[in-house]
Design a protein around this ligand. Structure first.
Ligand code: ATP
Ligand code: MG
Length: 589
């Protein structure tokens, strides 16, 4: 390709709303162009990158016997009603009607459609397993589309769905997909971490996310210093806590000596003031957190939860806990003081004693780290009073669940190593669905004994368009794009310093033709532009290497620059130039 023929307009200025460097570079480099909120055109260079990602994914997926299909982007609403998600999915689902008043949705994900395919195509266990995938457009009416391709409304996903006759076979496929995603990301050329992830109310170890490590990542992940353990903070667990965090130890009166004594604590409402009042570390205080759990129809229930005073509630864990009892809740909100008062409680003085009687709630939970906790200070369910010296093992029928957010410095649930936080961009998510959709949509197969069973399903998503900004967030520098191992725009740009210099032009064109013949993806920058402009474009667009054909040609020397790290190599203009050039490219990419 000659640069003079390439359809690309690079810009000096980034759009005002482009906060992330990946968004700035993708727009400034003319890879993409915004046409509406969260909707982008892919221009030739952007499309080229996208195709590279697609082909890596396709090659790796096809190796596993998964088969590519293409499902309709527009989906009849009735399929979504069958699964029960039409009402539950919320406002990210774009619903519309056609001229005959038929209702449709724009597919944000395709479990319903693929279950429809399997329902009509799979009769017997003999046909299983089957894995179908597509690489296609998705639409999610995100509340805040932002960061360019990172969180678009229209975006491209690889979504795969597998069907099995047993849970063991689903486990096997899940592992195959984990390995496949690993290979895909290695070929793309980014640092990543595979972490345990939220599986909603289904629970278990049924979900893993693939995180590209980058400081701007929207997800916080908890990682062990010692072993492989990694989990999204939403669900990460930790070893049982038995003492205050060393960095927070303040008082030596721990734990307080008293036996369920009622103390007058006027106006002592916060954990901080309670800790100060009794001169006791927050670890020994019982923190009550009351939330409103909301349903799709706007109705709600109050949920009461307790963690240690130096811990915080992790909402995802709490939501999953209550949904295991009754799966109708969509989200949590803070409860207002007036709502607490209506249920007979006073904010700041809530405790476990008599709570079930007062509230009549079926949702009262204690964090795992409070199992057998002794010597606690907690609210007395009476304004201005607390109890001191409370042992939770004296209460009957408490419900314990993992509710607290893991903090840095907590210990690994696998090896007791120290845990720390890092940031990641979710580019893939694999999930054991089980029979959730097949059951709802009545998609069955006949087992060995001729008995009808629900199909057992897995699903596997990969953010094909999101991976482009993810690469840039990890690899690009202050000058512009740096691309990945196999996802890149050109292997080599040959920059003619001055196109009016016939010797430079002829030499560069000759090398260009020879590189092309050798299968190198090469760009000849033959534009009648200043050398500085060409270098800036090389840096902004992130071609892997640039060969500068300039004044050095007269002395028989050329300069080769590697974009990543801007490392320089000298190349002699002798009969071996092509071999030397290809050698450096091969060794350094
Ligand atoms: P997120 O938590 O970032 O909203 P998600 O968990 O809703 O993502 P999944 O339903 O797991 O996303 O979709 C699979 C993959 O699709 C994600 O891992 C991500 O890479 C990509 N993806 C999801 N939403 C978007 C979006 N709005 N724009 C671009 N890519 C997206
Ligand atoms: Mg996800």
């Amino acid at each position: 390709m000659r640069f003079s023929q390439l359809f690309v307009n690079t810009l000096k200025e980034a759009p005002k709303d482009a906060l992330l460097k990946s968004h700035q570079y993708l727009v400034r480099g003319g890879f993409i162009q915004q046409v509406g909120s969260g909707i982008y055109n892919f221009l030739p260079l952007g499309k080229k990158l996208l195709d590279k990602v697609r082909s890596i994914i396709k090659e790796e997926m096809d190796k596993t016997n998964a088969q590519e299909i293409l499902m309709g982007f527009v989906t009849p609403a009735d399929l979504w009603r069958e699964s029960g998600r039409y009402e539950k999915y919320g406002r990210e689902l774009l619903r519309f009607v056609d001229r005959k008043e038929n209702e449709f949705v724009l597919g944000p994900t395709h479990e319903e459609v693929v279950t429809f395919i399997a329902k009509n195509g799979v009769k017997s266990y003999k046909q299983l397993p089957i894995h179908l995938y597509q690489i296609h457009t998705k639409f999610r009416d995100e509340v805040r589309p932002r960061f360019g391709l990172m969180r678009g409304r229209e975006f491209i996903m690889k979504d795969g769905y597998s069907f099995h006759s047993s849970f063991e076979d689903l486990d096997r496929e899940f592992d195959v997909m984990e390995q496949t995603y690993k290979r895909i990301l290695e070929r793309i050329g980014v640092d990543f971490k595979i972490v345990e992830a939220d599986s909603g109310a289904i629970g278990g170890s049924g979900s893993k996310e693939f995180m590209v490590l980058a400081p701007c990542g929207e997800d916080t992940i908890v990682v062990c210093k010692n072993c492989e353990y990694g989990a999204n903070i939403e669900i990460s667990s930790r070893a049982l806590r038995t003492s205050p965090r060393p960095s927070e130890l303040k008082y030596d009166k721990n734990p307080p000596k008293a036996e369920f004594a009622r103390f007058y604590t006027p106006n002592v409402k916060s954990i901080e003031s309670l800790s100060e009042f009794f001169k006791v570390d927050r670890f020994y205080l019982l923190k009550a957190v009351v939330k409103k759990a909301l349903r799709a129809d706007g109705s709600f229930e109050l949920v009461y939860s307790f963690v240690r005073g130096d811990d915080e509630i992790e909402e995802t864990k709490l939501l999953n806990t209550i949904n295991r009892v009754d799966s109708s809740f969509l989200s949590l909100e803070d409860a207002e003081s007036c709502e607490l008062r209506e249920s007979g409680l006073e904010a700041g003085f809530i405790g476990p004693y008599g709570l079930g009687h007062i509230t009549q709630s079926r949702h009262i939970y204690f964090d795992e780290s409070l199992r057998e906790a002794k010597g606690l200070i907690c609210g007395a369910n009476e304004k201005d009073y607390h109890f001191v010296g409370v042992d939770l093992d004296t209460f009957e029928n408490l419900s314990f669940a993992d509710l607290a957010q893991t903090q840095e410095g907590d210990l690994c649930p696998k090896c007791n190593g120290e845990l720390y936080y890092t940031k990641g961009i979710e580019v893939g998510h694999i999930f054991k669905l089980g029979t959730k959709y097949s059951h709802a949509m009545n998609a069955q197969f006949l087992d060995k004994d001729g008995k009808a069973q629900d199909l057992i399903m897995g699903c596997y998503g990969f953010g094909v368009s999101r991976i482009l900004p993810a690469i840039l967030e990890q690899k690009s520098d202050e000058l512009g794009c740096v691309w990945g191992k196999e996802v890149k725009v050109f292997d080599l740009a040959i920059i003619i310093s001055n196109v009016k210099d016939i010797a430079q032009s002829e030499f560069a064109t000759k090398i260009y033709e020879e590189c092309k013949a050798r299968g190198i993806d090469v760009l000849l920058d033959d534009r009648d532009e200043r050398f500085g402009v060409k270098m800036k474009d090389f840096e902004l667009l992130g071609f892997s290497f640039a060969l500068i054909v300039g004044k050095g040609l007269n002395e028989g020397r050329l300069e080769l620059i590697k974009r990543e790290g801007l490392e320089k190599f000298e190349i002699q203009c002798d009969e071996n130039i092509l071999e030397n050039l290809l050698g450096i490219l091969g060794r350094n990419s």
